[in-house]
Design a protein around this ligand. Structure first.
Ligand code: G6P
Length: 483
């Protein structure tokens, strides 16, 4: 029998399951990426599955160029058994798509991050970036069209690849095309910031899919509102479908959960124990508030630190009895807004320690080096976890902490995080803009009776793990192939 050369299941995302680096001897070494998507994909039981992603740095590009059509040789490497095809996209086009449109325009739009008197401005340079974004999306559509077996299922991930479903359908109408958005979707009045052409391209791009998935019903409905009001599409809110130009796209709600099995095992390895011992030595007998984020505008780290400052200013009883552990890992440093934000986080952190620190008490420990084992150690130790995004598609930290916590942890959670939809009952809800309210919520968390904290943490952990990454993926695949 001839060996099958095309895939029946395909996944596409900007960041793939592996990243390469140059080893000291010059060879290229792959490293497995983290995150729910990689865990979810490990559930695919199909040796002919293919994951299409972009080469993200020079080492990735070199690896992609060494392999026929960018198909990597990952024999013996644990990415769930699938083949990975890494696209070597022209660096200028990649920058226009990734930094210029995906992480600036679309990310800012869906997270409502614009400071509208000055940005955005859709000028000639912006038009060129959109052309690059289209070219990048076309590269993905072309690769998927080339790799897919007749009638194959394709799962396109996230805002970077918004145009792919429609571009792929033009090339391959036989495919079952699914799309999943990991961010919120902008409310329609905010979405109207986009000029007509990109606005229509984004909406019709997603509507090229047979099914479009979101983490919460709120984001699915916001998308449907945009289709109705911007495109004039017909929306059935009860059935959650959008019909436009004779085709119907079903909307799905699939709230990705934490990977309990992986987390519980990983959180008790020796490297985590070591870091926990170091944190305990630094904190002593004091209580802890923990936060773990990328240094990301939407994560609202500055207001979180302002809330901690307000707590220390208004409640002196916490002086020398409390430490805030803030892990804020660098992210998207090619963008000026992120560099400025990182500087603002550092500034306020220094102010807090200067105002309240003593020879024996450092009220805030800010760490910026990415260290997953240390994050898990902090989850184990936390008395209170602070998760206060301005908006967030889901937020997995809110779901991971209760799973890993040792003695129970109060969760202070923004009502604008997708995770709020499932965790509202046992979390302490906050308006992320309300600094004083956030400080009060932190105090409430710190003073919650131990028994109540333990009970709430148990229920939070159960809700947070209701849909494992593997099941999350399989559900979408099943819905796509059944419809
Ligand atoms: C968000 C997106 C992901 C992305 C991640 C990290 O969670 O939904 O698709 O991978 O941010 O961002 P980065 O730009 O580093 O890939």
């Amino acid at each position: 029998m001839a060996e099958q050369t095309t895939a029946r299941v395909l996944v596409a995302s900007n960041r793939g399951p592996v990243a390469f680096r140059h080893a000291p001897d010059g060879s290229l070494t792959p490293r497995r990426g983290g995150g729910g998507l990689v865990s979810g994909l490990s559930a695919i039981d199909d040796p002919h599955a293919v994951w299409v992603c972009a080469a993200l740095g020079e080492a990735d590009r070199a690896a992609a160029r060494q392999s026929p059509q960018g198909r990597l040789d990952l024999a013996g490497f644990d990415v769930g058994g699938q083949a990975v095809r890494m696209l070597d996209i022209d660096p200028v086009v990649f920058d226009q798509a990734y930094n210029g449109v995906a992480n600036s325009t679309l990310w800012f739009l869906h997270h409502q991050l614009y400071n509208t008197p000055t940005a955005p401005a859709f000028d000639q340079a912006a038009a060129e970036r959109w052309a690059g974004f289209r070219e990048y999306n076309e590269a993905f559509a072309a690769a998927l069209a080339a790799e897919a077996a007749p009638g194959a299922a394709v799962l396109v991930q996230d805002y970077h690849l918004t145009l792919v479903p429609a571009l792929l359908r033009e090339r391959r109408p036989d495919l079952r095309i699914g799309y999943f958005l990991h961010t919120p979707w902008a409310p329609v009045d905010y979405f109207r910031l986009l000029p007509d052409e990109p606005a229509a391209a984004v909406l019709t791009g997603v509507l090229g899919a047979d099914r479009a998935g979101f983490h919460t019903r709120r984001w699915a409905e916001a998308f449907a509102d945009c289709c109705e009001r911007v495109l004039g599409a017909t929306v059935d809110r009860a059935a959650l479908t959008v019909t436009f130009q004779g085709r119907t796209t079903a909307l799905g709600v699939h709230p990705l959960g934490a990977d309990a099995e992986f987390l519980r095992e990983r959180a008790h390895r020796a490297d985590v124990d070591e870091r926990l011992a170091a944190l305990k030595a630094a904190v002593g007998e004091r209580r802890t508030i923990v936060r773990v984020d990328r240094t990301e505008l939407s994560k609202n780290i500055v207001r979180g630190l302002q809330a901690y400052l307000h707590l220390l200013r208004t409640r002196p009883e916490w002086h020398d009895r409390l430490v805030h552990i803030a892990f804020a890992y660098p992210s998207r440093q090619d963008l000026a807004e992120y560099r400025d934000y990182t500087a603002a986080v550092r500034r306020i952190s220094e102010e807090i320690n200067a105002e309240f620190g003593t020879a024996t008490w450092q009220p805030l420990i800010l760490q910026v080096e990415d260290d997953f084992a240390r994050s898990l150690a902090a989850y184990r130790l936390a008395d209170v976890a602070l998760v206060n995004p301005i908006r967030d598609g889901m937020n997995l930290v809110a779901k991971e902490v209760p799973v890993v916590s040792e003695a129970g942890c109060a969760l202070v959670l923004s009502r604008e995080a997708g995770a709020w939809a499932e965790l509202a009952e046992d979390a302490i809800g906050i308006n992320p803009y309300d600094v004083v309210g956030t400080a009060e919520a932190l105090h409430r968390g710190l003073t919650m009776p131990a028994a109540e904290r333990t009970e709430r943490t148990k229920r939070l952990a159960a809700a947070a793990t209701a849909l494992s990454p593997q099941q999350w993926f399989l559900d979408q695949l099943a819905a796509l192939t059944a419809s």
